[in-house]
Every structure is written in structure tokens, then in C-alpha cells.
Design a protein around this ligand. Structure first.
Ligand SMILES: [Fe+2]
Ligand SMILES: [Fe+2]
Length: 336
């Protein structure tokens, strides 16, 4: 996420970030505590080993002479750290003197998770453009009922695209959605028999269930709804609820076509689709969705190689990947 990312004015501005710390630096800053465990030195002296993170990376911490007790912050909380940076065996490490829990509500979540390389404004601009490219009144009204509401857009533009495999950062859902809509529109130009209005509408709505699928305070994880329902079913329920409550005269056939494309976008039953794609538009959406996720996932795998880089991805392609030479890289390559 660019450094110029907007901050809510009522929330403290984070000044010290993991990737910019230097040896000897005095630290008085908030981090997300990913892990805390008690260990002991070879001669039996206890210490606490911490893993601290923010949007730029993860850093090990040490609290010497401390044992794990009720006074220590619990893992998966935000902590105010007082300490000093040291270099140990070539790596930076935090010598922690004090660690106190901070309430998540008072913090800007964008400081603690990686964000999209592209600006939110740029991507919401593309999203607005796609709304003007849908000429069917019914589909456009449905789209506006979601995307022109600030409460929905606040969530939609902050949500990640996934826990780890692709677009696993704040703003990832918006970025992925705009990318899928763009590729779908190109496909509709190439194949004019496709129903472009249906395809773009389905592209914009296909992953809206992700706004409820994840928790993203300090780390990205599945919510209770995400674990038990998943975004395909959550999204279907959101669309059907909106039609029932606000657009009761929405034509049934258009609803069926749209809902079919949304629920089948994962393509196969074993990939989480309750139905396999049976219309041309559903088939295109499935392949475009997969294409965008795979291409983005490829660059995120390469980016995840560094010790302190985000996110900690495994290579889900299960094969060695060919990294472009530095000279061939596009600006922004390192953000995937
Ligand atoms: Fe999906
Ligand atoms: Fe998707």
C-alpha cells in the first residue's frame, strides 16, 4: 500500500514500521502480536519469544527474564511495545522492555495488514465505469443497490481477496473484482454472442460474499460465516435478500441467470461450486476468475520469498516458478 494511504483523522498515526527499523533504534509503537511463547536459554534462563507484525512485515522480539503469565498480552492482540532494535546473526530483532495490549477499535487496520499496490480511488473509479457499461435497467439497478452505498463500499474496498493464495491483502477483493470485470468485458467484445450485461453484473457481484468471509484485524483469517458457509453461498444469500427486500419485481429469468453464474464461478463441485457452469456467461466468468487468481497468485508466490515479506505464501502451484529478470520487471512488480 502506498505510504500516502489515507488515515482516519481520529486514529493514531503509526510512525515506526517493521521494514524500516534500524539497529539501535528506540521503539515506542504499536504492532500486532502474532505469537508469544516461553522459552529458555541453554543455561536455563527463561525468556519470551514474540512475533510482531505490521503491514510491512514480521519481526521477532525477545523479553529476557520473563515467563508466560496472566500479565503478558495474549497472542492475536495489538500491543504497544517499548524497546530497542538489535541485530542478531544478521537479522533485526526487538528487545522488548514493555508490551501492553491496545484495543483494535482505536487503530487503523490498514497499518497492520499489507494493502493493494493500486489506490482505492483508482479502483473504485474503474468500478463506477463498469456500472455505466451495464445497459440492462434491472441489472444496473441491482448493482447500484450495492455499489452506491457507502456502508457496503467501505467493506468492499477494505476486504482482502483471500486468506493466502491470491489477493491476500486489504483491497484485494476490489482489485480482483475490477480485474475480473475488465477481462470479462474484453471477452464479451471478442465474443458478441455473450450477454455482456449479465457477464459484467455477475463479474462485479461474484465475490461479494467475501466481505463477510474474512476477519482482518492484524491477520487475515476465516470468519465464522466464512468457515461454515463460504463466500459463494454468502454472496448468493446477499443477492437474493436484496432482490426480495428491495427489488421484488426483478425478472425471475434474469435472477436465475445471474445467480447461476455467481454460484458456479468456482467451476467444479470440489472447488466449492454447488453447480458447474451451464451457461456461456457462467463458463466465461469461471475461467476468467481462475485466470486472474492464478496470474496474481503466481506473482505473490514470487514476492513471498523474502524472510520478512508478506504474505507467508506456500507455492500452491507445486512447481518451480521462473522469475522475470530484474530488468524486465514492471513498476509495482514487487507488490504482485
Ligand atoms: Fe470466488
Ligand atoms: Fe473471484
Amino acid at each position: 500500500m502506498p505510504d500516502s494511504a489515507p488515515h482516519s483523522s481520529d486514529k493514531p498515526v503509526k510512525k515506526q514500521f517493521v521494514s524500516r527499523l534500524s539497529p539501535g533504534e528506540v521503539v515506542s509503537e504499536t504492532f500486532f502480536l502474532r505469537e508469544i511463547e516461553e522459552r529458555s536459554t541453554r543455561d536455563g534462563r527463561p525468556f519470551l519469544a514474540l512475533k510482531l507484525s505490521d503491514r510491512t512485515g514480521i519481526l521477532e522480539g525477545r523479553m529476557w527474564g520473563q515467563t508466560l503469565d496472566a500479565g503478558n498480552p495474549a497472542p492475536l492482540t495489538f500491543v504497544r511495545i517499548e524497546g530497542r532494535v538489535e541485530r542478531y546473526r544478521g537479522r533485526l530483532r526487538l528487545l522488548v522492555e514493555a508490551a501492553g495490549v491496545i484495543e483494535a477499535a482505536g487503530l487503523n487496520q490498514r497499518d497492520f495488514l499489507p494493502g493493494s499496490y493500486r489506490s482505492t480511488e483508482e479502483m473504485t473509479g474503474f468500478l463506477s465505469y463498469f456500472l455505466t457499461e451495464v445497459f440492462d435497467e434491472d441489472y444496473r439497478t441491482l448493482l447500484q443497490s450495492f455499489f452506491s452505498r457507502s456502508g457496503f463500499m467501505d467493506k468492499f474496498s477494505l476486504a482482502p481477496g483471500d486468506v493466502r493464495s491470491h489477493h491476500a491483502y486489504l483491497g484485494g477483493l476490489l482489485e480482483h473484482t475490477v480485474s475480473v470485470a475488465t477481462l470479462c468485458q474484453h471477452t464479451a467484445v471478442q465474443h458478441p454472442r455473450l450477454n455482456s450485461d449479465l457477464l459484467i453484473t455477475a463479474a462485479l457481484l461474484h465475490d461479494i460474499g467475501k466481505i463477510e468471509e474474512f476477519c482482518y484485524e492484524g491477520r487475515i483469517s476465516l470468519s465464522r460465516e466464512g468457515k461454515l458457509l463460504g463466500h459463494v453461498l454468502i454472496g448468493q444469500r446477499m443477492i437474493e435478500q436484496r432482490l426480495r427486500e428491495e427489488l421484488p419485481d426483478f425478472p425471475r429469468e434474469k435472477e436465475l441467470q445471474l445467480v447461476h453464474a455467481v454460484i458456479s464461478h468456482h467451476g467444479e463441485l470440489e472447488w466449492g461450486a454447488p453447480k458447474r457452469p451451464q451457461s456461456a456467461e457462467a463458463l466465461v466468468l469461471h475461467h476468467v476468475d481462475n485466470l486472474d487468481a492464478r496470474v496474481k497468485g503466481f506473482f505473490e508466490v514470487l514476492r513471498g520469498k523474502g524472510e520478512l515479506s508478506w504474505p507467508e505464501v506456500k507455492n500452491y502451484f507445486r512447481r518451480p516458478l521462473d522469475e522475470p529478470a530484474a530488468a524486465d520487471r514492471e513498476p509495482g512488480y514487487d507488490r504482485g
